[in-house]
Design a protein around this ligand. Structure first.
Ligand SMILES: Cc1cc2nc3c(=O)[nH]c(=O)nc-3n(C[C@H](O)[C@H](O)[C@H](O)COP(=O)(O)OP(=O)(O)OC[C@H]3O[C@@H](n4cnc5c(N)ncnc54)[C@H](O)[C@@H]3O)c2cc1C
Length: 567
């Protein structure tokens, strides 16, 4: 057994995790910080972020405007005091990254460039071509290397969070290279384990984004907030689902139906293609449902047309999009429009934390997509997520450092629980007892979520989905891992991931069944109106004695009263 001890353990090495590590190391150079990730750090999903990161940098823009756009975009479910912290802190984060070497795209006069993004009423998406996440993550990674008190654990699969007497005590994990059992003991934990996009079959997410953080938190008794809100990005490339960034529309790209019509004028006459994602995704689906989409062997689609931008602009501003279109679809966007359809893209909900990123359990913090602060409410604006990772990653690192400074010793682990987990990990997956496979169950789960818990939802589909998920959870007992080799046993890792997906799927569906209104990304065809009287509140899900219980907490409103969303 490998045992590692640190003052602060950071679970996840995407933008949130690395930003937190730097901030903690900077707050106190004597603290020992361990960053743990199941992939090589630079392969975290953050590296795939394309279009931009929102910040108020220039005259004409303001904190209030960024806050208002975010809150309106959230369909008034965001906590407004959290949004205010977010918009005010973000400019410093852009400048910090700039000083640390992030190659932001520039204006001709040398200043940092910004582009328009959906739902923002000022062009405030700061970008590095269309590889914003790639450059931001590399910048943080390089910066992290200067701190000798940060230790890196790459390709360690974390399986559970240990809490004893209401306090964090450690993590259990498997060293993927050797298959060895691993324990991380620490005084504080920052969960920065990302989202759960792989719940869906058509998604922009990496295969590794499987809701592990949320599932482990749930099992450990932590509350999850607003999990029913799943964002669909309007432009997933058909058929792969690879993201075509909103930056493509930000640079002037159009959406066309099969009559060659820019249909967004009907749904969002002012913002057109740059309305928020929930609005644009629904509009595309309405066009398709009413017979104005294209159909092909991989399902329906509409076109994203970039031809009028010209080759030079496409190459300069959208080089990765050009590359993706050519490599995956044999389409050069200067000559041909790109086939797109909405794809699962973001988890608005996550582990419930306060503005200080602290969870209700002592010593546990969360930031980034795994957390719910909540600044995105029912619908996140594009470019606000990478920004959230930076702002709240920074806050979580600093607060965790200040928290551990006051604690003398690393608390003891409950060795019975550690043993129990080891038993489960090394015995349960290998018991031969049925013919079900990880791949079959995962496919059935993803198809169910896609068809019944997607952009349009209703009571019958949702209750059907819940039944299917319950049944899949039972059938999971018949799945076993055939590959017994413990070196890089990817079969085993996908088994752990499926277990996590099945757990969080239930929370998403239960929240969606309960919420009898339409708000942001949660659109109920049987309750098509927003209902502020009964539903302007956050959903909280906790697992007690194997059962998920829902309760509700109020939204924190500072100065923006709910109004009808028109774009
Ligand atoms: C294709 C794409 C493009 C996007 N573009 C933009 C954009 O332009 N602008 C924007 O604002 N947002 C964008 N987003 C959203 C944004 O990129 C993400 O929300 C954000 O980067 C998430 O960062 P994170 O640090 O929270 O998690 P991630 O980057 O997902 O990192 C999660 C980390 O947790 C680790 N982890 C997870 N489970 C385990 C486990 N069991 N054991 C050990 N380690 C584990 C992973 O290894 C990884 O290091 C995009 C998302 C996608 C998918």
């Amino acid at each position: 057994m490998e045992i590692h001890k640190a003052d602060i353990i950071i679970l996840g090495a995407g933008l949130a995790g690395l930003r937190a590590a730097i901030s903690a190391a900077e707050t106190n150079k004597n603290l020992k910080i361990a960053v743990v990730s199941k992939v090589f750090f630079l392969r975290s999903h953050s590296t795939a972020a394309e279009g931009g990161t929102a910040a108020v940098l220039y005259e004409g823009d303001s904190y209030d405007l960024h806050a208002y756009d975010t809150i309106k975009g959230s369909d008034y479910l965001a906590d407004q005091d959290a949004v205010e912290i977010f918009v005010r802190t973000m400019p410093k984060e852009v400048l910090d990254l700039d000083h640390w070497g992030c190659p932001w795209s520039r204006l001709p006069d040398g200043r940092i460039a910004q582009r328009p993004f959906g739902g923002h009423s000022f062009p405030r998406a700061t970008y590095a071509a269309d590889r914003t996440g790639f450059h931001a993550l590399h910048t943080l990674y390089e910066r992290m290397l200067i701190y000798e008190n940060i230790e890196r654990f790459q390709e360690y699969f974390v399986t559970s969070i240990m809490i004893d007497n209401g306090t964090f005590t450690g993590l259990t994990a498997m060293n993927m290279k050797t298959g060895e059992y691993v324990i991380f003991q620490g005084k504080a934990l920052i969960i920065a384990a990302g989202g759960l996009g792989r719940l869906y079959s058509f998604t922009t997410y990496s295969h590794t984004v499987t809701g592990d953080g949320a599932a482990m938190a749930l099992r450990a008794g932590l509350p999850l907030e607003d999990m029913e809100f799943i964002q669909f990005h309007p432009t997933g490339l058909v058929p792969s689902g690879i993201l075509i960034t909103e930056g493509a529309r930000g640079e002037g790209g159009y959406l066309l139906n099969k009559d060659g019509d820019r249909f967004m004028k009907k749904y969002a006459p002012q913002k057109m293609e740059l309305a928020p994602r929930d609005v644009v995704s629904r509009s595309i689906m309405w066009e398709i449902l009413e017979g104005r989409g294209y159909s092909g062997p991989w399902g329906p689609y509409v076109y994203l047309d970039l031809r009028h931008l010209g080759d030079e602009k496409i190459k300069e501003r959208l080089p990765a999009i050009r590359d993706i279109a050519i490599k995956f679809n044999n389409i050069n966007p200067k000559d041909e429009p790109i086939p797109v359809r909405p794809a699962a893209h973001y988890t608005m909900g996550g582990i419930q934390v306060g503005n200080d990123t602290m969870s209700p359990v002592k010593g546990i913090f969360a930031s980034g997509e795994a957390s719910c602060v909540s600044i995105h409410g029912a619908n996140r604006l594009g470019s606000n997520s990478t920004a959230e990772c930076l702002v709240f990653g920074d806050i979580s690192g600093r607060n965790a450092a200040l928290y551990v400074e006051k604690i003398q010793n690393i608390p003891d682990l409950n060795m019975d629980k550690v043993k129990e987990e080891e038993n489960w990990l090394y015995k349960e997956p290998f018991k031969e007892r049925g013919s079900e496979s990880v791949a079959t169950l995962r496919r059935e789960l993803q198809n169910t979520m896609q068809e019944k818990v997607g952009i349009f939802r209703n009571e019958k589909d949702l209750t059907d989905a819940l039944k299917i998920i319950k049944d899949l959870q039972k059938r999971f007992d018949n799945v076993y891992v055939e590959d017994k080799n413990m070196y890089y046993n990817t079969n085993l890792m996908t088994y752990f991931e499926l277990r996590n997906l099945l757990e969080v799927a239930e929370v998403v569906v239960l929240g969606a069944i309960a919420r009898k209104e339409s708000r942001g990304a949660h659109y109920r065809t049987d309750y098509p109106k927003r209902d502020d009287v009964n539903w302007m509140k956050h959903t909280i899900a906790i697992k007690r004695a194997g059962k998920i219980e829902l309760s509700y907490i109020p939204v924190r409103v500072t100065k923006w009263q709910p109004e009808e969303r028109k774009y």
